[in-house]
Design a protein around this ligand. Sequence first.
Ligand code: UN1
Length: 512
Amino acid sequence: MEFLKDLGLKKNMPGAATGTDWLTHKNHQKSAVCSPVDGKTFAYIQKATAEDYEQVIETAGKAFSLWRNIPAPQRGDIIRKIGSRLRDFKGPLGSLISYETGKPIQEGLGEVQEIIDICDFCVGQSRMLYGMTTVSERPHHRLYEQYHPLGIVGIITAFNFPLAVWGWNAMIGAICGNVSVWKPSSKTPITAIAAQKIIAEVLKENSLPEGIFSLLIGDRDVIGERLLGDRQVPLISFTGSVATGRRAATTVAARLGRSILELGGNNAIIITEHADLRLAIPAVVFGAVGTAGQRCTTTRRLIIHDSIFSKVKKQLIKAYESIQIGNPLSATNHMGPLIDQDAVQSYIRAVKAIQKQGGEILHGGKILEGTPYNASCCYVEPTLAVVENHFPIVQEETFAPILYLVRYTGEVSEAIALQNQVRQGLSSAIFTTDYRQAEMFLAATGSDCGIANVNIGTSGAEIGGAFGGEKDTGGGRESGSDAWKAYMRRQTVTGNFGSSLPLAQGIRFDIT
Ligand code: UN1
């Protein structure tokens, strides 16, 4: 595996770093890292300890005092250099992501491109940390807003996007003048180590101190809980399941910290009687099968007009039959394995629940056995099932390639109501060539999700927009647009350049 060598990765590696400095001591517990692609252990990491945590936070605090004083465009220039270094390593990083997560190589490369894009975005944004200016109600007064850095940003990321989601948070956070401490998923620590090594080089070449970007790979009770409860960390960005996110948010809220939550989705595509199926079918298949159904934005439900239901069903079955499943590093495969055995078990539980609750499996529903699949036992068949939207299993997010087909009969408003009848609110899409239907979907009474697409699937958002969703998805926004504002503290300034002291609201307070 050339890519491991190209990235300078060894068999045994420390899991905690303050920048270029990797923390090594003999109290570390070793943990094996196994690929879902072939079931092989390809590295060992030393898990971060409570002492490492203290050291990392102390170093980060010191770095913040310096980093916040560097002009934002100069901070942007460092991110430009990081982006350029990531470009150099796009190939090996893409392969590593593919091997560590099981996502197809195309998607691995796409994920590296996503962090490169966010770096480019950050270079520009670093010159645009705009504050608003308004007018004062008092004579000779000035009223405006400015944005200041917050401090240490704790970034907790999931296995499915082991690089890009950290990039959204760490790079935006950095141009805002913050430093970050990253706790990646313990299912994908090697991508995090590779990223840390790449940026460490840039930091060193630019004589920057330790602590601007730190890494802590460790257990939830040792690292995660400490980070969530730590008053020295004013902002936590958390990506993961609704259940874990709810707990994380509660801990952060108890200390009145700020959190950005990007939790589960239960994303639907509406296919109306006016849909162009030449666009809809490939979008649905990529949305449902991409990353083996393990994106927050994965298409989980299809809400299809009755008049075209059997046509769509037939075309989907045909498309699913043509899906190549196997080693994701081979460019001809569309789908690799699930991340681990727990994921396979939840897939199986969902398939059983579909049948028990009255659904019909149209395609798939089984674990793939035999060579090469049984090398890791994480490969499953992408699955299509006809269900009703209210089934308890359909209301849940199962992180697996299971696509639910739901029928609607009347107007598009009926489809929109079904699409909104779940607790999650991340991504949504409609396929229609009818302008009125599209606008109904986008109106205030339309989709209740953070992302609403027309003639585009639910996954694969560009970095330029704000990314996140409503309801149980947690309400956070990351990545582009003005998401940077959540990483800063807003300060309202009123200045008096007159020679009297008029009070607002016309209050009189005369003293002699
Ligand atoms: C995620 O699944 O947590 O929109 C992020 C997408 C990707 C990001 C997904 N750009 O599918």
